[in-house]
Design a protein around this ligand. Structure first.
Ligand code: GMT
Length: 383
């Protein structure tokens, strides 16, 4: 395949969509494509140099008149200039709001200058299931999805939700999240395990951005029940609006001694290397990238059956699925997995399932999709 020059627009933060966008860009650059990240700060996982990787910072000035600086306008202007300067072949925007509508605007501006740039939008989750549905955004989200030249969603469930809640006239291609199994693998970190679990306790991990939708108090409640039955420790990784209340709940449940809130961590694979169980209690979860990364490190998953989680976590094989909020069921299933007789089997199954989502299998699907969109746009332009 000929190298493509791609502009990738994403949130550069610790969120899943930013991770997917950055890891995808890095993998495409390694394969010889030229990748230009366009965002307001350096993506957190953009951590290595490659001659095919570039970063363009969106410069949005404030002014006394602006209570809210117009980021979308600055982003669209930046896209116009990067497309022209770098002669991009395609723009790929991750997370619909406000990236898809900014890309639409950039594309229309470029059209007036006889530059044709196809736009691919990837829907990640809350851009549809929470924020996007809100009446204050829905018309723009619907319009910009329909106006994109190609649309992908990270799970069948997210595709279904999108078609159910918006009047979509576009085809939506499902391309799931992926994991780099070379980076996310079980490493020998015995000293670390010994430091956290000095008496051989089971180690349970939760990773998220601690937003309400993650229901992190459920993680604590499940853990409190597990700990009544077996010695265990819990690591809570990440940060966000629910952290303070979760710390209070952990004191109320009298589990503080066995729970550590570690904040945001870069090298989560090191912690996952020593974990026995990953818990994801989300009310909504379009895919569950953090669970996939855990599985790649041989960690079985206890999750809710929300959104796309059943497309990743196979009930009774790689872990278990429970209804949202069903603490008792999650506790029962956790104890089953942590049973010494069962744990090795669940770990092996989790790893084998994660392999199906290895970046080497998923990234070519994006490449093929780009090629189709570029061809289609060229045909449309000629006709
Ligand atoms: O809520 C998050 O976890 C962040 C959010 C994002 O867009 O940054 O994640 C969403 O996208 C991820 C990558 O595609 C998915 O793995 C997550 O499941 C999804 N989160 C939700 O749907 C809540």
């Amino acid at each position: 395949m000929n190298p493509i020059r791609i502009g990738i627009v994403c949130y550069p933060t610790f969120g899943g969509s930013g991770v997917v966008a950055t890891e995808l860009g890095k993998a495409l650059a390694k394969k010889g494509h030229e990748i230009h990240f366009i965002t307001y700060s350096q993506p957190s996982r953009l951590d290595f140099l490659n001659e095919n990787l570039f970063y363009h910072e969106v410069d949005f000035r404030t002014y006394p008149l602006f209570e809210y600086p117009p980021y979308e306008t600055a982003l669209a202007s930046k896209m116009v200039s990067v497309v022209k300067n770098e002669k991009l072949d395609l723009l790929h925007v991750h997370y619909a709001i406000p990236h898809a509508s900014a890309a639409y605007l950039a594309r229309q501006i470029l059209r007036t200058e006889n530059t044709i740039i196809p736009v691919v939008t990837t829907l990640h989750g809350t851009d549809i299931t929470l924020v996007g549905k809100d009446a204050s955004y829905a018309p723009v989200v619907t319009f910009s999805i329909n106006e994109s030249d190609g649309v992908t969603a990270v799970s069948e469930d997210l595709k279904r939700e999108t078609l159910q809640h918006f009047k979509i006239t576009q085809e939506i291609e499902v391309i799931p999240n992926f994991v780099d199994m070379e980076k996310f693998r079980k490493m020998k970190k015995d000293h670390f395990k010994k430091a956290i679990c000095p008496h051989g306790e089971a180690l349970i991990v939760h990773i998220s951005n601690f937003r309400k939708v993650k229901r992190i108090n459920d993680v604590l409640r499940v853990f409190a029940r597990i700990r009544k039955e077996i010695p265990a420790k819990l690591l809570m990784i990440g940060d966000g609006p629910e952290r303070v209340s979760a710390e209070i709940v952990s004191r109320e449940l009298e589990i503080s001694e066995d729970v550590r809130f570690l904040g945001k961590l870069e090298a989560v694979e090191e912690v996952l290397s020593v974990a026995d169980l990953f818990i994801m209690t989300s009310e909504k979860e379009s895919f569950g990238l953090a669970a996939l990364e855990a599985m790649a490190c041989e960690v079985p998953v206890i999750s809710t059956n929300a959104g796309g989680l059943p497309e990743l976590n196979i009930h009774g094989v790689t872990g278990f699925l429970s209804a949202v909020g069903d603490i008792e069921d999650m506790t029962r299933n956790s104890l089953l997995i942590l049973d010494k007789e069962n744990l090795p089997r669940f770990k092996a199954n989790a790893w084998a399932r994660a392999r199906e989502f290895d970046i080497s299998k998923v990234m070519p699907r994006y490449e093929q999709f780009y090629a189709r969109v570029i061809d289609r746009t060229a045909v449309k332009t000629l006709s």
